[in-house]
Design a protein around this ligand. Structure first.
Ligand SMILES: *[C@@H]1O[C@H](CO)[C@@H](O)[C@H](O)[C@H]1NC(C)=O
Ligand SMILES: *[C@@H]1O[C@H](CO)[C@@H](O)[C@H](O)[C@H]1NC(C)=O
Ligand SMILES: *[C@@H]1O[C@H](CO)[C@@H](O)[C@H](O)[C@H]1NC(C)=O
Ligand SMILES: *[C@@H]1O[C@H](CO)[C@@H](O)[C@H](O)[C@H]1NC(C)=O
Ligand SMILES: *[C@@H]1O[C@H](CO)[C@@H](O)[C@H](O)[C@H]1NC(C)=O
Ligand SMILES: *[C@@H]1O[C@H](CO)[C@@H](O)[C@H](O)[C@H]1NC(C)=O
Ligand SMILES: *[C@@H]1O[C@H](CO)[C@@H](O)[C@H](O)[C@H]1NC(C)=O
Ligand SMILES: *[C@@H]1O[C@H](CO)[C@@H](O)[C@H](O)[C@H]1NC(C)=O
Length: 465
């Protein structure tokens, strides 16, 4: 099994959360449970109040839809929470509402239906143009979805969402879909989102996909899926999606921070939103076929100011991977990573500028990406096959690469060439084994910003069910 545990992941804190006053709560049958949330809710209901049946067989799509529709009326009166009590709650896709909390209790599992008629087909992401799977443009609405929302909390005391992915994986492998598989959670054009204290199992495809969103906190989330199934990425925070992608995503079997490439089209340009101010902390990841954190391959709006710290990687292909190519444009810059503990890695550092999997022919080969100011410090790794493969773009080198205080112990059968560097410039300090000559010793620590990004200062409120 793939195992991912995210402690904190915050995105795009360009403004603070509005101070919505928390009002008194109302106890439900499952009372007494404490939770931390962006906002507490005045109203509460149980799924069973809306005819929910937790037998694992009865469809609860109507119960969820009716409950959320009813509770949406309380948005302007202190908001509402829907509690999913212990049981197995089979459901198709449903949409959330604003000023709303979905609380999945311990012992409760939301089971994703394997009946396609329970999944409305919606249009492609506006900036994407087509679906990712198959040939059609449509995509199944995600299990838990929402557009243009604000103040949404999906939480629990480690309740579960089980995507029952086998049906979708089998059909995908047989190329029987012309509609893109659903994700477990997708929010579009939304802000002030919290996803916490839940476990996500066996998603049909990606797990958590906030797209064109501001202020997203993902905290204490466990993501599990078999390593053999494609595209079960943990979290794909994306501010720009463009057209059909490709190996850029297929290659990233687990959790990625995908950024989309620069496309020069009038429609797509309006989505050229950079992904920035991203903080990833206390990530634990097992992912033998992909990176702990991937930046790229698509990154239309660019990726900027990403801080990654206190990461444990076990049997993972590489730590942080930067993948791009001529024609993708935009940038990956101001990336800061520290305090990684790693064991059994194919590569520790992996950046490549020949990730040529363009989604179609319509790209501008002269759109060169800028990869600069990439900082790694305070890391140890053991049982490593190759320390670093750093391969920039000819006439467009990756610059400002800094690596300090990193000790890498090699596996029993390491690569002869431990550092393979081309078209890259930077410095190192106290790194073992000895880095390539393009990264000379400078005897100085690499930078990690000491300021907090605004969202890191958001304090969750204590609420009671
Ligand atoms: C998608 O597949 C279904 C069933 O295989 C078929 O009926 C439908 O016409 C296809 N749609 C497109 C857009 O290819
Ligand atoms: C549910 O949300 C999706 C996007 O998140 C949207 O395309 C769809 O129209 C919504 N469905 C309903 C019934 O509102
Ligand atoms: C959501 O917001 C986007 C961007 O502002 C807009 O284009 C879209 O029409 C909105 N969708 C809905 C369902 O209101
Ligand atoms: C959520 O997870 C955190 C960290 O593991 C824990 O301290 C907290 O008690 C959990 N909250 C709930 C409601 O289970
Ligand atoms: C939540 O449940 C998952 C799956 O059972 C488990 O792996 C994880 O350790 C649990 N998390 C907490 C904080 O108890
Ligand atoms: C070291 O890594 C190899 C793969 O390169 C793996 O087969 C082996 O089990 C690892 N050894 C330990 C002690 O983890
Ligand atoms: C070097 O990194 C290790 C963690 O790998 C850390 O414990 C140690 O404090 C660092 N040393 C310095 C001088 O920063
Ligand atoms: C080093 O990297 C270059 C550029 O990607 C590649 O062509 C070459 O084969 C690599 N050398 C080794 C020994 O892996």
């Amino acid at each position: 099994m793939i195992r991912l545990v995210f402690d904190i992941l915050v995105i795009l804190a360009t403004f603070r959360f509005p101070a919505i006053e928390s009002r008194s709560h109302r106890n439900v049958a499952t009372s007494g449970i404490e939770l931390s949330a962006l906002n507490c809710r005045k109203h509460s209901a149980l799924l069973t109040d809306f005819g929910g049946v937790g037998d694992g067989k009865t469809s609860n799509t109507k119960a969820f839809t009716n409950a959320i529709s009813k509770l949406s009326q309380m948005a302007s009166d202190g908001g509402a929470q829907l509690v999913v009590p212990p049981g197995k709650w089979l459901t198709g896709s449903f949409n959330l509402t604003s000023h709303f909390t979905l609380f999945i209790q311990q012992g409760a599992t939301i089971l994703a239906s394997q009946d396609e008629s329970e999944w409305p087909v919606i249009g492609p992401l506006p900036s994407y143009g087509k679906g990712r799977d198959g040939t059609g443009t449509g995509r199944f609405n995600s299990l838990i979805s929402g557009s243009n929302l604000t103040d949404v909390v999906i939480t629990g005391n480690n309740g579960t969402i089980n995507g029952q992915g086998q049906y979708w994986w089998d059909k995908f492998k047989k190329k029987q879909f012309n509609v893109t598989r659903p994700y477990l959670i997708e929010l579009l054009f939304s802000k002030n989102i919290q996803i916490s204290n839940i476990t996500l199992i066996d998603s049909p495809s990606w797990n958590i996909h906030p797209v064109y969103c501001n202020n997203v906190i993902v905290k204490s989330v466990t993501v599990l899926a078999p390593v053999t199934v494609p595209n079960t990425d943990g979290i794909n925070p994306v501010r720009f999606l463009h057209k059909h992608t490709d190996r850029g995503l297929l290659h990233s079997l687990r959790r990625r921070l995908h950024r989309r490439e620069k496309r020069l089209g009038p429609i797509r340009n309006q989505f050229g939103m950079p992904t920035k101010h991203l903080s990833i902390r206390r990530l634990t990841c097992i992912s033998p076929k992909s990176a702990g954190v991937a930046l790229g391959s698509e990154m239309s709006g660019g990726i900027k100011d990403v801080r990654i710290e206190d990461v444990t990687l076990i049997n993972t292909e590489s730590a942080i991977r930067v993948k791009t190519a001529a024609g993708r444009g935009a940038y990956v810059k101001d990336i800061f990573a520290r305090r990684f503990t790693m064991k059994t890695m194919k590569y520790v550092f992996w950046m490549n500028g020949n990730y040529d999997s363009h989604p179609d022919e319509g790209y501008d080969p002269k759109a060169l990406p800028e990869v600069s100011n990439i900082n790694f410090r305070d890391m140890t790794a053991e049982n490593v096959t190759m320390s670093a493969s750093l391969d920039g773009i000819e006439k467009d080198p990756f610059t400002g690469v800094c690596i300090s205080n990193v000790t890498i112990d090699l596996s029993a059968k390491p690569k002869k060439l431990q550092w393979n560097c081309t078209n890259v410039a930077g410095v190192t300090s106290r790194v073992k084994p000895e880095p390539c000559s393009l990264l000379p010793e400078k005897n100085a620590d690499c930078m990690f910003p000491s300021d907090l990004i605004p969202i890191e200062s958001v304090v969750l409120k204590k609420c009671t069910l």
